[in-house]
Design a protein around this ligand. Sequence first.
Ligand SMILES: Cc1cc2nc3c(=O)[nH]c(=O)nc-3n(C[C@H](O)[C@H](O)[C@H](O)COP(=O)(O)OP(=O)(O)OC[C@H]3O[C@@H](n4cnc5c(N)ncnc54)[C@H](O)[C@@H]3O)c2cc1C
Length: 229
Amino acid sequence: MNFEYSEKSIAFQEKLRQFIARNILPVQEEVASFHRDPDNIWKRWPGIDAMKEKAKDEGLWNLFLPKTYGKLSPGLTNLEYAPLAEIMGRILWSSEVFNCSPPDTGNMEVLAKYGTPEQKDTWLYPLMQGDMRSSFLMTEPNVASSDATKIETSIVADGDDYVISGRKWWSSGAMDPNCKIAIVMGKTRFDAPRHLQHSMILVPMDAPGLEVIRPLSVFGYYDSQEGHE
Ligand SMILES: Cc1cc2nc3c(=O)[nH]c(=O)nc-3n(C[C@H](O)[C@H](O)[C@H](O)COP(=O)(O)OP(=O)(O)OC[C@H]3O[C@@H](n4cnc5c(N)ncnc54)[C@H](O)[C@@H]3O)c2cc1C
C-alpha cells in the first residue's frame, strides 16, 4: 500500500500549519489562562467563533468528512486527512477551529449517512456550519462499557414517542453550552442475539426528562472546581 501523502494532502498540511502559526499559536497562552480561571469552566473562549469563521473562509473546514460523502465533503480521503488530524492534535482545542473535533465528527458522519432530510436540516447542517455542538452517549457507570453488549439503557417505543431509561457518563461535550443534540446508544431488542440489540437515537439536550447531573474531570483538568471528581 502506498502511504505517501498526495499533493492535495501536502497542500492542506502546509495551509493548516500556516493558519495555526498565524492564528492559534499566538493566542495559546490567552486561551489556556482563560480555561484555567475557575469562573470560566465550561464557558467558550470568546475568540473561538471569529477564529472558526476565518478557518471556514480559508477552506480549512470539515476536513474530516471523507470524499465518499460527495458535495458535503472537502474531498479528502482518510489517508489524506490523517496528517491533518495529527497537526491539529498538537494543540488540545485547535480541532474545533476547523470543525474537526470529536464527538461532532463521528456524529456528523452518522447523521450524513443515516439521517432523514429533516434530521439533516435540524442537526447535521448546523453542526457542519459549526453553529452547535453535539455529544455521544454510550458509556454507563454500572457496566464495563468497553464491551457495548453490556449497555443497559433501554429505548422503548411509546406511541409517537420513545421512552429512554438509563444513565450515561463520560459524555464528552455534553457540558458545552452549545451542545444541542446527543446521539444515545441503548437497546431496543433485549431478547435478540446480544450483538443485535442496540439502536442509536437522537435526543435533543432539552428533551423532557434529560437531566445533566454533574461534570466530570479528566486527566487532572477541572480538579480545582469544588464538587468535581
Ligand atoms: C476523555 C474521555 C472521553 C470520553 N468520551 C466519551 C464519550 O463522548 N461518550 C461515551 O459514551 N464515552 C466516552 N468515554 C468513555 C470511554 O468510551 C470508556 O471509558 C471506555 O469505553 C471504557 O469503558 P469503561 O470506562 O466502562 O471501562 P471498563 O469497560 O470497565 O474497562 C476497565 C478496564 O477493564 C478491562 N475490561 C473490561 N471488560 C473486560 C473483560 N470482559 N475482560 C477483561 N478485561 C476487561 C478494560 O480493558 C479496561 O482495562 C470517554 C472516556 C474518556 C477518558
